[in-house]
Each structure stands twice: as C-alpha cells, then as structure tokens.
Design a protein around this ligand. Structure first.
Ligand code: ACO
Length: 361
C-alpha cells in the first residue's frame, strides 16, 4: 500500500549534490566522501562545494567565509525582530519563526542571507531564553567558531571549534531525507529559497528525523550504569519502543557519519568515561536489535554520536536539533536551488480508497 511505503526505494530526484550508498555505508557530498570533507574542507568548504554553480560560479572556501561573515552582520541588524518572533518557543520553532522574518537583502544572495542568519538567530534565541543579550557576530571567523562565540559570549578553544566545524560539515547534506525532500517540494513551486528552508526546518524536528539526539542522552542517563544496559534496552524494545540513534531508512550498515563524529568526540575527551559507557550501550543495542528485530539490519545512525559531541560542547539538549539545522541549511538551500532550476513541479498522485459517493436518490 503506497501510504505505508514511505516512498521506500523510490527515486524522486536526480541530484549532483550528494549520494547515500546504504549498502556500502558511504556518503559522498558533491564528489568527496564525508570523512574527507569533514577533515579537509570544513563547513565553508562544503558550502562552496554544494553551492557552486547554484549560488555563484567559482565559489571557494575563502569567499564563502567572507560572504557568510557579511551575512551574519546583516542578520544581527535584524536580531531584535527575529528574537521577538521566536520568543517563548523551543529552539527549532523559534529558529523557524526567526528565519521567516528575513527580507530580501540587496546585493546578497538569499542563500547567504539564510545560512548567515541561522547561527546568529539561534545563538540570540538561546541567550534570550537565559535572559542574556545577543552577542554580535565576528565576520572574520568561520561559522563554527562564531556560533560558539555568540552562544557563550567568549571565544571557544581550537579543539571545540574544530569539533563543531566537523559536525556541521558532516550533516550539511544527505540525499533525499524528509527535510531535504520537503525543501525540494516547496522549491518546486518556484516560491524561492526562504520558504523552502523554513518548511524544511519544520520537517527536521520529529524523533524519526532530526529530533533524536536529545533523547539519546536521556536514554544514556536513564540507563545509568553498566549493569542496567541490557535490561533497560530489552524492556524498551519489549514495550514496542524504538532505540534512539539506531536504524536508518537507507543505511543497512553503520551510518558513516557516526564514525566521523565518534572520532571528533574523542578529540574533546572531556569525559572519557561517558564515551566508553556510550560505546558499551551502542554495542549492546546493536546486538539486542539484531536478536529482537531479525533481518532488519539496524545499526548506529548519525544521531548517537551527535548527542555525545554536542553534549561535550556544552550545548543544551533542547538545542541539539537546531544546531543540526545550522549545518543542514546549506544542503536545503542547494537542493532548493537545484530543484527550482532543473526540476519540475513535484505533484504525485494519491490512490482514493475512501467511500464511493452514494447513488443519487
Ligand atoms: N529501535 C527499534 N526498532 C526499530 C528501530 C529502532 N531504532 N528502527 C527501526 N526499527 C524497527 C521498527 O520497529 C520496525 O519493526 P517492525 O517491522 O517489527 O515493526 C522495523 O524496524 C522497520 O521500521 P521502519 O519504521 O519501517 O523503518 P524506517 O526505515 O522507516 O525507519 C528510522 C528509519 C525512522 C530512522 C528508524 O530506524 C527509527 O525510528 N530510529 C530511531 C529514531 C532515530 O534514531 N532517528 C534519527 C534518524 S537519523 C536522522 O534523523 C538524521
């Protein structure tokens, strides 16, 4: 039945942006494996790669650093309106409301406007929740360094900056997941990139896409100690619950992003015990899932080590998904622009299975 299929296995777009090979556990972002992208090019390099030919021709990392810096300054001029729009909301809806306030900016492509505004508005919203004033951006920095600086009000260490940069690079793009598909559907109406990104952000919130990393930490906390790992996991599965941070629609083996992020968590090494405990939970979870869900091939996904990485950076759990969005916004933009340029209105059919109209009396 199509409604149940979730479009599993259906190719809904041709793209030059990213390729998810679920059998090999391999992610290629515009010609580079994700682990190479994260270690060599960083977020602005990945952005240049994804946007080249869509936002401008011949984009490179240095130009993207400069343009995003300028865009953060432009966004800060509007931060009051944005934080009013997002006041009292959780970080993802707050960011969505804030981004929806953005106007066209003369001389700046909307791609830069959006990707520059996301870290500025998010940092300001999180500080507002703590009763603190927004920190002005430093346009000379790259996104990861400036985001941490704006969040804390003081510069972060080089290791922390490198960790966040690797994270937002790793999640910058990923085939046709729920939020990228949403961006493409909206962009296919030719409405523009802004509404496409705001809509995509609405799709990145539920536990099945984007919303899992906070609950991963809740799971680790609830398990508490080693002796409780097996019993806790079993009990959840018997109760019909899902283990957060495991399973993926496309990956039938380990998500390659999990290893990139695990390596990054090690470099932060604030709490080696936490990582060792998480690794043990991971091992047991994979073994129990294989036993309880035979033939399903459920392995670790990106959210498991995302949770540990963002925790090690001192980011509050409630903001994990919104930080994800700061990285993913450049992928949403690229897909929206590709769809608008090369695609057609996305308009599939549904099969009517409801009641037939009564015979006219
Ligand atoms: N724990 C327990 N069982 C699971 C899990 C899990 N994490 N994932 C899938 N299953 C089971 C389902 O219960 C189902 O079993 P059943 O057929 O016996 O009912 C079977 O595997 C297939 O499940 P589907 O929902 O059809 O698989 P789908 O491909 O749609 O799911 C998803 C992918 C949503 C990621 C799923 O694996 C899941 O819910 N994982 C937990 C939440 C999570 O980690 N989300 C983050 C995803 S990554 C991201 O958002 C960037």
């Amino acid at each position: 039945m199509a409604g149940k299929s979730g479009l599993d296995g259906i190719v809904a777009a041709d793209t030059i942006l990213s390729d998810v090979d679920g059998e090999a556990g391999r992610l290629v972002i515009r010609g580079l494996p994700v682990e190479v992208l994260a270690s060599r090019e960083g977020f602005e390099g990945a952005t240049a790669r994804l946007w080249d030919g869509f936002v401008a021709d011949g984009l490179d990392r240095a130009r993207v650093v400069a343009m995003l810096g300028a865009a953060r300054i432009a966004a800060f001029a509007r931060v009051g309106r944005a934080t009013s729009a997002g006041a009292g909301l959780e970080p993802v809806p707050g960011l969505r409301a804030a981004l929806a306030t953005l106007p066209e900016v003369e001389g700046l492509h909307p791609a830069f406007v959006l990707a520059g505004a996301a870290p500025v508005f998010l940092a300001a919203l999180l500080r507002q929740n703590e009763g603190q004033a927004a920190t002005a951006p430093d346009p000379s920095l790259a996104t990861a360094a400036d985001l941490l600086r704006m969040l804390r009000g003081t510069p972060a260490s080089p290791a922390e900056v490198a960790a966040l940069d690797a994270y937002i690079t790793t999640v910058s793009d990923h085939g046709l997941n729920a939020s990228i598909f949403t961006a493409r559907v909206v962009a296919s109406t030719q409405v523009g990139v802004g509404p496409s990104v705001v809509a995509a952000l609405a799709a990145l919130q539920g536990p099945l896409h984007g919303g899992a990393p906070g609950p991963v930490l809740d799971m680790l906390d609830e398990i508490g100690d080693r002796a409780n790992i097996g019993p806790w996991l079993e009990a959840r599965l018997v109760a019909g619950e899902r283990l957060m941070g495991f399973g993926h629609r496309v990956y039938k083996v380990r998500d390659p992003r999990a290893d990139v992020l695990k390596g990054v968590v090690r470099t932060l090494s604030r709490d080696a015990g936490r990582l060792a405990f998480a690794e043990e939970v991971e091992r047991e979870a994979i073994a129990i899932l294989a036993r309880v869900k035979p033939g399903r091939r459920l392995d670790t996904n990106v959210e498991f080590y995302t949770a540990l990485l963002l925790e090690a950076l001192g980011i509050p759990r409630s903001a994990f998904t919104a930080i994800f969005a700061v990285g993913r916004v450049v992928g949403w933009v690229a897909h929206a622009l590709e769809q608008a340029r090369d695609g057609r209105l996305i308009r599939p059919l549904s099969r009517y299975v409801g009641p037939e109209p009564a015979e006219a009396a």
